[in-house]
Design a binder for this molecule. Sequence first.
Ligand code: CAA
Length: 388
Amino acid sequence: MSVGIDEISFYTSNYFLDLQQLAEVRDIDVDKYYKGIGQEKMGMPAPDEDIVTMAANAAYPLIERVGAESVSTVMFATETGIDQSKSAGVYVHRLLGLSANCRVVELKQACYSATAAIQMACALVARQPEKRVLVIASDVARYDLDTPGEATQGCGAVAMLITANPRLVEIDPEVGNYTEDVMDFWRPNYRSTALVDGKYSTKIYLKSLKQAWEHFCTASSLAFNDFQHFCYHLPFTRMAQKAHKHLAKLNQSELSPEMLDLQVEDTLLYNRIIGNSYTASMYIGLVSLLENCKQNLEGKRVGFFSYGSGCVAEFFSGRVVAGYEQYLHSARHQAMLAARNAVSYEEYLRLYNEVEPTDGGVHERRRESTGRFRLASISHHKREYVAC
Ligand code: CAA
């Protein structure tokens, strides 16, 4: 019996800032963004949108198909949680009308936790193959204004059904892990934006790739050349290109520009115009590959490198299932991306500076988001979510 990703759907905000606008205000050559870090646009959540609404919007099309009663567990991965105690997944559970007998939990380890969720979901399904686990990853990436990280902001959520005999990607049981206590990127409880030692974080990312890959090689008989495509964690798309060159070099493999393109480029298309979505970003990269690769991916082996600052990393592998194309949500995803609205720099500042009230008063949020679920108010310290 195989276990893996049966269906996958993502969601991002209807607002984005073109990095051309940011480049003009910051007096930076736009090619530093477009080419140097490989980002064109960054998603900005509307004030009535957060990790819960994005998650519910990502998951709804999956639940519509399989039925709310069929999900046994929800694992919600995020590093931009909205509550220290209650799982964001419990709000999503109500919005989606899931069964009262469904368990729900939130997981955290920077951008890595969606991968932990997937591995745990696979283990649950291996034990009870009739179960269906909903893994959701949802984040809003925020850095201080006028810092090197600013242009790598973004937001998005991805929802995946993990089942036995999956219709999209079978996940192999062998993994390679690497954990080290480092301070490359973190966000203390009292801050709404991340702190980051940018250059150091890219070095630790590459070091973790090497270590996780080497550990993977002790567990799996697969070699570098057995993989046709690679999905990397995507803080910005240029990072994946650098990572792939690094991995090829570690394996003494010649990597022509054409091969780099073929093995990585299709995974980058959505993230380049959404920005970093932390836990969701590698899996939005997988959707981008499945929906945009011109070649038939049936039977193709995909390598995944998941990285969460702090840090925990994992290399694992998957194989694309025959007939996968029939179960993608390509048209809906592409329509959503095409319908987004560009904001001006002033609008961006308004969205950026939107504050979360802490006074316990009644704070309604006017409708600006375009998804099915929205944050209607924060009143008496409680978040009120509604379906539109
Ligand atoms: N035309 C083309 N390229 C240009 C250019 C121009 N006009 N101007 C600059 N560039 C190139 C530079 O040469 C450089 O290329 P190389 O990387 O090949 O040297 C690239 O653009 C970036 O320029 P800088 O190195 O000067 O950029 P920076 O220092 O201002 O910012 C960064 C880069 C430190 C990564 C910053 O974006 C950052 O802090 N980002 C947030 C942290 C991050 O994403 N870290 C990634 C690893 S951690 C992780 O993965 C977890 C996570 O999700 C956060």
